[in-house]
Design a protein around this ligand. Structure first.
Ligand code: GCW
Length: 714
């Protein structure tokens, strides 16, 4: 009796733990009865080498996945004896795969094939690659086919990544705080490293490998030089050892003034021979500790960070110095283009372009310029950054933000797939029609030796990794789009929902559709019609469109919306800052022309009177208020959809999401009310019929303060 009770208790504890989100999209719960018998026949056992760490990772993942999904222990085969074997390997690691003579050329190290094949007359599924890491990626893909119930008797998958560096940038500090992090402390327990290796490190690596991420920058771009000291390099090396089998390379953010701070030099001038020697020696020391170290990420001369301009040198001088130190070890420099100068009173949206375009062609071959998706700063919506397409002789690397600094932190359900897709598919017209941003970064439009995409990570030590269940989808879609920048956001959401929640159509369809609408909803309740940067100062939590008078004008919302009694919007046409001129002519014409500019960028490029007639016939004022309200309505609809799924999703995650949606609805209303109240105080126009008055007077909203809002570590 006691024993039974104990078992029952254990089971309930296990299942409670089991659905807290820790397992991400790798839950491997039993598949629906409708597919089980067929899948059990197709995937009876595993024949996979386990000599190397990566081979073991692939085999173990496959066994673990099959055991859970098929609800029975798979066989570990030593030969293909009957139908239903999954044969994994490279021509070197598997005689069966060598015999099959599969067309593996052109797949590189990381690509793979998944095929239905006959081996010794028996039906088998083959996962083959040129290198172990390719087989690991292939195994994860095969598991995804099972998880999403797409396994069939005729498999013909051929995959290789379009981008070489698929990297998470952690803005994690050495004290474990995370800049713009909303998922608890940093995953990296620096104090206990290198001796204690938290098992989470391995699960982190598994999750990344499952979506093809092959790099992690461990520390914040607002970097501490300490991370380059022997003490911290030993800790980074321990993390590198955990991640190596999963194909993940470690990178570090470098503080440009490190030679002074930890090297005892009096300068960090990139042309100074002593400084150059210091970096060469430092980089050699890093490679002694981490032989497959990926390289350095640098934020220089931006927001107070030191950089080459402190010595009258250019960004190219700074990047090239580090590139020269890294080149003998095959490391890269990811040099960030996120710069805007203190002194420059001009349009902030223009500064990165003005600074970097003249340097095109001046960077070493192992330098990538890392460019944010838009010209300001990860706003809910921005047009694509004008640097894309404007530097044909420099590899440009995309930088997306996965953590939702400007999109409601961890509690708002905002699926970023549509945002990423919108940018990647935007046409720069750099070399005529079809010059998409995706083709700029994958190097097909220009000769680029290296290509890559970085995502500012949203993971932390919270049990569910990302601070909310749905933010896991943003990590997931980032990886999928870094592998294939033309991946379809809806398709990826569909896969994610099936793996994360359920394959039941009555769950998949409504959840995918709410995810697909969620980003537009956030744009509407925060910054509709091309507005941007209306959030609270410093922490960036909640609305503060009235904010003015900070130490730099371009940190203030009023700088961005420029609203007054007459109208609203930032004139970036020839009559204003002329930022449009930084785009290729067809794009510039479209953005500058009021009859052509997409409504979603209207106030980004134009300053217009409140009574301006929209294409719908509404006034701008009415349209603005209506969009705010529409955003709130969308959140209400998401909440209702989610509520209707109660009983179809495990209670723990269902409850958490429901509670977060309630927060989102309240905060969406807050955004709407505060912005409408403020803009009305300027426009002096009545609210359009049917639009409710804000719940409080403007003074209430302006009085709110949030000194401890998370993520504000500066
Ligand atoms: O978005 C802004 C953030 C800063 C960040 C900076 C950057 C790491 O508010 O917190 O600093 O961008 O990208 O460098």
């Amino acid at each position: 009796m006691t024993c039974l009770l104990a078992v029952a208790l254990l089971m309930s504890v296990q299942s409670a733990h089991a659905e807290d989100g820790y397992d991400l999209w790798l839950r491997y719960r039993s598949l629906p009865a409708t597919v089980l018998p067929a899948y059990r026949a197709l995937a009876r056992g595993v024949l996979a080498p386990a000599e190397t760490a990566t081979q073991r990772a692939a085999r173990d993942e496959l066994l673990r996945g099959l055991e859970g999904l098929l609800d029975q222990g798979p066989e570990r085969l030593d030969a293909v004896k009957a139908g239903g074997a999954i044969v994994v390997g490279t021509p070197a690691s598997s005689p069966d795969i060598a015999t099959l003579k599969l067309p593996l050329e052109g797949l590189g190290r990381e690509g793979y094939l998944i095929r239905s094949a006959k081996i010794d007359g028996h039906a088998a599924i083959v996962v083959a690659a040129n290198d172990d890491i390719g087989t690991l990626y292939g195994v994860f893909h095969l598991l995804r086919l099972l998880q999403t119930t797409q396994l069939s008797q005729t498999l013909a998958v051929r995959e290789r990544p379009d981008l070489q560096l698929r990297v998470l940038d952690h803005w994690d500090n050495l004290d474990r705080s995370v800049e713009r992090g909303y998922a608890g402390q940093s995953l990296w327990d620096w104090q206990k490293l290198p001796d204690w290796l938290d098992p989470r490190y391995t699960d982190y690596a598994r999750a990344n490998a499952s979506i093809g991420i092959n790099g992690a920058v461990l520390n914040n771009v607002n970097a501490s030089a300490q991370s380059l000291t022997p003490q911290y390099l030993a800790k980074a090396a321990a993390l590198a050892r955990v991640m190596r089998p999963y194909g993940i390379r470690i990178y570090l953010s470098a503080r440009f003034s490190a030679p002074m701070e930890i090297g005892g030099l009096t300068t960090a001038d990139p042309l100074d021979p002593q400084v150059r020697r210091w970096w060469r020696d430092k980089v050699s020391a890093i490679y002694r500790a981490i032989p497959d170290f990926g390289g350095l990420l640098v934020k220089a001369n931006s927001e107070g960070q030191p950089g080459p301009q402190d010595y009258g040198r250019s960004h190219a001088d700074g990047a090239n110095m580090l590139a020269d130190a890294l080149a003998p070890h095959h490391g890269v420099v990811m040099w960030r283009a996120f710069v805007y100068a203190h002194e420059d009173a001009g349009d902030r949206a223009k500064q990165a372009y003005d600074e970097f375009v003249p340097l095109d062609g001046e960077f070493r071959r192992n330098v990538l310029l890392q460019v944010k998706n838009g010209p300001i700063d990860f706003q809910p919506r921005e047009p694509f950054h004008p640097l894309f397409g404007a530097m044909p002789r420099t590899p440009l690397m995309m930088e997306f933000q996965i953590t939702k600094e400007y999109l409601g932190f961890a509690t708002h359900l905002v699926y970023l797939g549509p945002l990423y897709q919108e940018t990647l598919r935007a046409d720069t017209y750099a070399q005529g029609r079809g010059s998409t941003v995706a083709r700029v970064i994958d190097g097909s439009l220009q000769q680029a030796g290296i290509s890559g995409m970085a995502g500012v990570a949203n993971v932390g030590s919270d049990r569910n990794w990302t601070g909310s269940q749905f933010d896991q989808a943003n990590w997931y879609v980032f990886g999928r789009m870094a592998w294939n920048p033309m991946a379809d956001a809806r398709q990826v959401a569909d896969d994610w929902v099936r793996m994360t929640f359920s394959n039941a159509p009555q769950v998949v369809q409504p959840v995918v559709s709410m995810m697909m609408r969620s980003r537009e909803a956030a744009v509407d309740y925060m910054t509709p019609l091309g507005l941007a940067h209306l959030m609270g100062r410093g922490h960036h939590y909640g609305p503060a469109p009235w904010d003015a008078g900070s130490e730099r004008p371009d940190w203030d919302p009023v700088y961005y919306h420029r609203a007054d009694a007459r109208g609203i919007g930032f004139d970036r046409t020839a009559s204003g800052s002329n930022a449009v001129a930084q785009y290729a002519a067809p794009v510039a014409r479209r953005f500058a022309d009021l009859s052509q500019v997409p409504e979603q960028y209207l106030l980004w490029f134009h300053h217009l009177p409140w009574d301006y007639r929209m294409r719908s016939g509404q006034t701008l004022w009415a349209a603005l208020v209506q969009r705010y309200g529409h955003g709130v309505d969308e959140v209400k609809a998401m909440r209702a959809t989610w509520a209707s799924l109660s009983g179809q999703i495990d209670p723990q995650r269902h409850d958490e999401v429901a509670a977060f949606l309630a927060i989102q609805q309240r905060e969406a209303m807050w955004w709407r009310d505060a912005c409408v109240a403020y803009f009305q105080s300027l426009s002096q126009r009545p609210l359009p019929p049917g639009e409710p008055a804000p719940s409080h007077p403007l003074s209430y909203y302006t009085s709110l303060s949030f000194p401890f809002a998370p993520g504000n570590t500066q």
